[in-house]
Design a protein. Structure first.
Length: 115
């Protein structure tokens, strides 16, 4: 299993970023996918999940990002996305892609929200 995140960077408060996670080594469409984040001052936090194709692609979000972030997936491209809008300084963290049932993590991508 390989997960490669991209799309992080420095953005001003109120700005947007789109993270991508390219997956390989397993049948992507069959698995629930998730995004986590971790900052130096907080434990790793679940941000969003999206169920498998068979599960209907149902999404769930942490209360802290609900209404601002959108998780989606492209089963043809084996990629999961995290669209982040109205970013706040407290969203600053390393964002990780995760396949819970395979216990697999990507290397993470840094998101910094600062003026």
């Amino acid at each position: 299993v390989q997960l490669v995140e991209s799309g992080g960077g420095l953005v001003q408060p109120g700005g947007s970023l789109r993270l991508s996670c390219a997956a390989s080594g397993f049948t992507f469409s069959m698995y629930l996918m998730s995004w986590y984040r971790q900052s130096p001052v907080k434990e790793r936090e679940l941000v969003a999940t999206i169920s498998s194709r068979a599960g209907g692609g149902v999404t769930n979000y942490a209360d802290s990002v609900k209404g601002r972030f959108t998780i989606s997936r492209d089963n043809t491209a084996n990629t999961v996305y995290l669209q982040m809008n109205s970013l706040k300084p407290e969203d600053t963290a390393v964002y990780y892609c995760h396949v819970p049932s395979r216990n697999s993590w990507g290397q993470g991508t840094q998101v910094t929200v600062s003026s």
